[in-house]
Design a protein around this ligand. Structure first.
Ligand SMILES: Cc1cc2nc3c(=O)[nH]c(=O)nc-3n(C[C@H](O)[C@H](O)[C@H](O)COP(=O)(O)OP(=O)(O)OC[C@H]3O[C@@H](n4cnc5c(N)ncnc54)[C@H](O)[C@@H]3O)c2cc1C
Ligand code: FES
Length: 245
């Protein structure tokens, strides 16, 4: 884990309240899918954890939603501005546990870390299908990027404006994709429903409020089947059997 200065290359709105942030630094960056960065936002004591959506040779691509003060400040920052990041944080997904065919299931911006995971799985010769759920059409993002990798993408929207009307579980039932392992990131109720509906082994990326972000303060501890675990250091990715819903 390192503390490094990055500069904003671009910080563009890509969907409602949703921004794509490209950050570059002055040397190589090594990050795996499911890992996250912790951003020091000027004026705020606590850093903001954001998943890595793509890894560049000298940078990272992040997607974030404006939900509060920190992300609002971030959304107003211009190219060239500097940000201090802690990275890489967390354990990440394990693409090697997929035998041949993976199903990626994202809810809202939970799609972001699944993009880098799709790249890793494809590079390892695995087949990848994605099912992404959004409330409305104006929240949709990352679909074109996943399709550009050659990943078939099935969409569910709550209002039925795009794809299957309803939940990601409805879109999975409609598409009937073949897979031996699933990976999911998104709202907790969505991931709970996914784990209840799918009998295949799977990995779940959890979110928790964080203090240090690096394993020291135990502020992000959750109870799991194997006892208390820190989301920032032991997670954020856990096998589905570990999660106590
Ligand atoms: C491992 C991990 C990965 C994440 N990846 C993404 C991502 O890729 N894109 C994205 O948009 N969001 C992501 N989040 C959620 C993101 O961290 C929060 O939306 C963000 O911190 C909100 O900051 P704020 O100042 O705008 O909100 P405020 O409500 O003003 O924040 C107040 C405090 O609560 C914390 N907080 C608020 N909401 C959350 C939350 N959902 N999870 C954790 N801490 C929270 C903030 O970090 C801050 O310390 C992730 C969270 C975690 C734990
Ligand atoms: S946030 Fe401090 S241990 Fe996880």
């Amino acid at each position: 884990m390192q503390k490094r200065i990055f500069h904003i290359e671009s910080n563009d709105a890509v969907a409602r309240d949703t921004f794509r942030l490209v950050l570059r630094t002055d040397g190589p960056v090594a990050v795996c899918s499911g890992q996250f960065v912790d951003i020091d936002i000027p004026g705020y004591y606590l850093r903001r954890p954001i998943s890595v959506s793509d890894s560049l040779p000298d940078g990272v691509v992040l997607y974030y939603k404006v939900v509060g003060e920190g992300t609002r400040v971030l959304s107003a920052m211009a190219p060239g501005a500097a940000l201090e990041l802690l990275l890489p944080l967390g354990n990440g997904f394990d693409p090697e546990k997929c035998a041949a065919e993976a199903l990626l299931i994202g809810g809202g911006l939970g799609a972001a870390p699944l993009y880098l995971l799709a790249k890793e799985l494809l590079a390892a010769g695995k087949k990848v299908t994605a099912v992404l759920g959004f409330n409305k059409a104006d929240e949709i993002c990352l679909i074109d990027e996943l399709k550009a990798l050659g990943v078939p993408v099935h969409i569910a929207t709550m209002d039925g404006s795009v794809g299957t009307k309803g939940f990601v579980t409805d879109a999975i039932a409609a598409a009937k994709p073949a897979f031996d392992r699933f990976y999911t990131c998104g709202p907790l109720p969505m991931m709970k429903a996914v784990c209840a509906a799918l009998s295949a082994p799977g990995e779940v990326s959890l979110e928790e409020r964080m203090g240090c972000g690096a394993g020291f303060c135990y502020g992000c501890t959750v109870q799991t089947a194997s006892g208390p675990r820190r989301v920032c250091a032991d997670g954020p990715v856990f096998d589905k059997e570990e999660v106590l819903w």
